[in-house]
Ligand binder design. Structure first.
Ligand SMILES: [Zn+2]
Length: 476
């Protein structure tokens, strides 16, 4: 176990007592892993994967899949590549259990978003290890999860773990905007290869403050990306002659109305549990807000507080509408006949998509504005439950590794490939390495310049995945 907290005698005593009370012998204690060695091995695989440039586009994920295939094969673990595009293969490996329970799917994506190299202090595909950090694109998104899945398979095989269930490892291509070659291909054409009772993937993890992990978040649902373009059309003409149907002005008014629209607020099982649990570790003022967000007398001022101080909390309460791109005009003395604006709309998981666009049209209230929905590439999916064996295992292991942390189910405002898995009826849970609040607020995160992961937090995460899988899948 790794403690970064200041190890005062009282704190150590508290932790030991908590462990004794909460965590009697767990199944994973049967398998003794040398985590110094396994941690170093994990770090080396992470570094090697970062060095394989899988920026999407173009992806070239087959190179990462081949790396994984070779590492698995060296230990006698079979794997198979599934490719819609030969350069963009997905890899699946399976370790068999006795079949008394249904499989667990461990998923990580091998592609990464591109980089602006000149903005980085370190080489983004160098895999540099420095001062306890691993730098590089993918170190947090999502080669950490890929490596944890790889190490899980190696450790299960080496330790001859007796399993009640098959463990399936999917290293998928195309998560960053091109799921047609990745999860969509696997779900639509090779579902048999990955069908499972539960799935673990990216999107959560510990949050530490002053060296102490006080929150462990598990992503249980996400908003749906349902963007739309507003198109305004009017009469083109000379810039010296005003017109009532100036497309630029029509568009500007429509965008302003869409932006100012406070859409309906509502909670779901995930966000309700999120606020209730968060309240238990918050200041009295914050706790009051979290517990009264549905109180009709308080909700408006609470929502305004969230909007101004914690926009994530405002976003998870509702379908959000955010203007992001405006295109209009090409010459300063020409009124263009058309102008358009992108609205980045993120819908609650249960939103009625068509009904929402109708509401938007009513808010804009101008027949000259057309609403053009963007193509949908991730399906709607219900939140994954927090009352099943997998969530219980995640909580048990989190309580053991981070005795001072609360476990928070979260809804992410961004999208992941778990949506496709959940849409097939498989509860999916997003986890990841612990990061400090300061690090989360920095530009060093997923998609940021200088993306990096702390070595000790990463190794703890590999261990977390191992312990969770042993907890839910090892034969008793
Ligand atoms: Zn990702």
């Amino acid at each position: 176990m790794h403690f970064t907290a200041k190890a005062t005698p009282m704190r150590i005593l508290a932790i030991v007592l908590t462990l004794l009370i909460l965590a009697p012998a767990m199944a994973q204690d049967r398998y003794l892993i040398d985590w110094d060695a396994a941690g170093e091995e994990s770090l080396q695989h992470l570094v090697e994967l970062i060095k394989i440039n899988t920026s999407n586009p173009p992806g070239n994920e087959t190179q990462a899949a081949n790396y994984l295939k070779a590492v698995l094969a060296a230990e006698g673990i079979d794997s198979k590549l599934y490719a819609l595009d030969a350069e963009r293969a997905n890899l699946v490996a399976r370790i068999k259990g006795n079949g008394s329970k249904r499989p667990i799917l461990i998923m990580g994506h091998t592609d990464v978003v591109g980089v602006q190299t000149e903005q980085w202090n370190e080489e983004p595909f160098g895999g540099l290890r420095k001062d306890g950090w691993v730098y590089g694109r993918g170190s947090l998104d999502d080669k950490d999860n890929v490596t944890a899945g790889l190490m899980l398979m190696l450790l299960l095989e080496r330790n001859d773990v007796e399993l009640d269930r098959d463990i399936i490892f999917l290293a998928e291509a195309g998560e960053e905007g091109t799921p047609d070659v990745g999860i969509n291909f696997m779900v639509e054409h090779h579902w048999d290869a990955i069908a499972a009772e539960y799935c673990l993937a990216e999107g959560g993890g510990g949050v530490s403050e002053d060296g102490r992990v006080n929150v462990f978040s598990v992503q249980t649902t996400e908003k749906m990306i349902r963007r739309a373009t507003l198109v305004a059309r009017g009469t083109a003409g000379h810039g010296s002659v005003p017109r009532v149907d100036n497309a630029v002005a029509l568009l500007a008014r429509a965008v302003a109305k869409a932006d100012a629209w406070q859409t309906d607020m509502r909670l779901n099982d995930t966000t309700r549990a999120y606020f209730e649990r968060l309240a238990t570790v918050s200041s009295p003022d914050d706790a009051f807000r979290y517990l009264n967000v549905e109180n009709p007398d308080e909700t408006q001022s609470i929502q305004q507080h969230f909007l101004e101080n914690y926009p994530y909390h405002y976003s998870i309460l509702r379908t959000s509408v955010v203007p992001t791109v405006i295109e209009a005009g090409f010459r300063k003395n020409v009124i263009p006949s058309e102008a358009s604006a992108m609205l980045d709309i993120r819908m609650l998981p249960d939103e009625d998509v068509g009904g929402f666009y109708e509401q938007l049209a009513e808010v804009i209230d101008d027949q000259r504005i057309e609403i053009v929905p963007e193509r949908i590439y991730r399906p709607a999916a219900p939140p994954s439950g927090i009352d099943n064996a997998m969530f219980e295992s995640l909580e048990r292991v989190a309580n053991r590794m981070y005795p001072e942390a609360i476990v928070l189910p979260t809804m992410s405002t961004g999208g992941t490939d778990m949506a496709q898995v959940r849409a097939k009826g498989v509860p999916a849970y997003g986890i990841g390495p612990t990061r400090s609040v300061a690090e989360r607020n920095s530009g060093n995160g997923a998609h940021g310049d200088n993306e990096r992961v702390a070595e000790d937090a990463f190794v703890d995460f590999v261990r977390f995945v191992w312990m969770t899988v042993i907890d839910i899948a090892a034969a008793k």
